[in-house]
Ligand binder design. Structure first.
Ligand SMILES: [Zn+2]
Ligand SMILES: [Zn+2]
Length: 318
């Protein structure tokens, strides 16, 4: 099969012919229809996540056809957990020390085929095409986990308005919440995109929103945004860091945290998060904005994402 392979961090992916993967008894062999590109893929390729298997086929937002049954399935970031550790046994398999991750410690979906543990795959709603559904598998899923950690917040700030944010704004709006979108300084196109997707307000990362925020989600991997967001959230508010990698957080006065403000991260997802999201989507139709690239152009898709040129999600098709 054809695959885009990372041989070494910080080098471009190489198009290669590799053997078709052979599923174990627990795994499905899946013919990939679409694989959405995530910022985490950039962190892997750029060497900011330092423990990938190598060589590696990246990609963890996969939709494809289970070859054995002919049904469409989705493959997320969480690829395997041990099932016996204290985290797994307490409903927190997202924190499993031995967890394996698709497109990082397991080969992923930048290929014509992938194998995945059937217990970690999701059924994909019938109403969605493969390309529509692929961005839901991480941007949707882990974003949904971050969103739920905002509790009952009515006004939520989204710092960085990319793949995950453009999905979550639709869920937040359907729940009667208001979303305030913060983009890179002067990113007028990004701010217009946020407004077109349902944001109440859009501005620059250091702007003050017209009303204080009850919570904020940081999608962009810039540590200084923690401080920017803390300045805007009310007492008791939470700042949720949704990315797997972030630059260092600068020091800040304790008064910004005082008043029971909370800063926390979101790590990975549980299968329960996925089932809850897909159940939610039975009554809520999410529209994903996509830029589609042929598999061979994965490096160009990654470059465009790194440059902030993608509105919504980049999706690879084999
Ligand atoms: Zn475990
Ligand atoms: Zn991801």
């Amino acid at each position: 099969m054809r695959a885009m392979v990372l041989r070494r961090a910080t080098t471009p992916l190489e198009l290669q012919e590799v053997p078709l993967p052979r599923p174990t008894d627990d795994q499905l062999l899946i013919e990939v229809e679409a694989c959405a590109v995530c910022r985490t893929d950039l962190h892997v390729v750029d060497g900011e996540l330092t423990e990938p298997k190598l060589p590696l086929i990246p990609g963890h937002q996969i939709v494809g056809i289970d070859v054995a049954s002919g049904t469409r399935v989705g493959v997320p970031w969480l690829g395997w957990t041990c099932g016996v550790c204290a985290y797994c046994k307490s409903g927190r398999e997202n924190l499993c020390d031995r967890a394996k991750f698709t497109g990082y410690t397991l080969d992923g979906g930048y290929a014509e085929y992938v194998v995945a543990d059937a217990r970690f795959c999701f059924p994909v709603p019938r109403e969605y095409s493969a390309q529509e559904a692929a961005p839901l598998l991480c941007g949707g899923l882990i974003g949904f986990r971050a969103y739920r950690l905002c509790g009952g917040a009515r006004r939520i700030g989204f710092y960085g308005f990319g793949s995950s944010a453009h999905i979550l704004v639709q869920i937040a709006r359907a729940d009667g919440r208001e979303v305030f979108a913060f983009t890179r300084e002067g990113d007028v196109a990004g701010q217009q995109f946020a407004m077109s997707m349902g944001a109440t307000w859009a501005g620059n990362a250091n702007d003050a929103p017209p009303e204080p925020l009850d919570a904020a989600i940081l999608f962009a991997p810039a540590g200084e945004l923690v401080v920017s967001a803390l300045k805007q959230v009310v007492k008791g508010g939470v700042v949720v860091c949704a990315g797997i990698h972030m630059s260092d957080i600068p020091s800040f006065p304790y008064s910004l945290l005082w008043g029971e403000r909370v800063v926390r991260s979101v790590a990975n997802l549980t299968r329960h998060d996925g089932l809850d999201l897909f159940e939610r989507l039975q009554t809520l139709r999410i529209e994903t904005a996509r830029s589609v690239y042929p598999l061979e152009q994965a490096n160009e898709a990654l470059r465009a994402l790194r440059a902030g040129e993608i509105s919504g999600t980049a999706v690879l098709t084999p």
